[in-house]
Design a protein around this ligand. Structure first.
Ligand code: FES
Length: 70
């Protein structure tokens, strides 16, 4: 049976959001919460997500709006 777990030794980053830089959903949410990011530009500066083709920018904005920064 196939499992949805990452290969051994790799961190589960959740659903891939930015394929250009391999940035996953969980990684983005954790960065927003832990680093108190409040703009897409801050996410891009921190994780590189959104800094190449830009196709993930709407999803980054959506994740930002749905994530409460602590
Ligand atoms: S998919 Fe994020 S910059 Fe291309």
């Amino acid at each position: 049976m196939l499992a949805a777990n990452p290969p051994k030794g790799q961190i589960n980053q959740g659903k891939m959001v930015c394929s250009c830089f391999g940035v996953g959903f969980k990684q983005i949410v954790e960065a927003i919460k832990n680093k108190q990011l409040s703009t897409v530009e801050q996410i891009s500066a921190r994780l590189q997500a959104g800094t190449n083709c830009g196709s993930c920018l709407p999803e980054l904005q959506q994740i930002l709006m749905n994530t409460v920064a602590y």
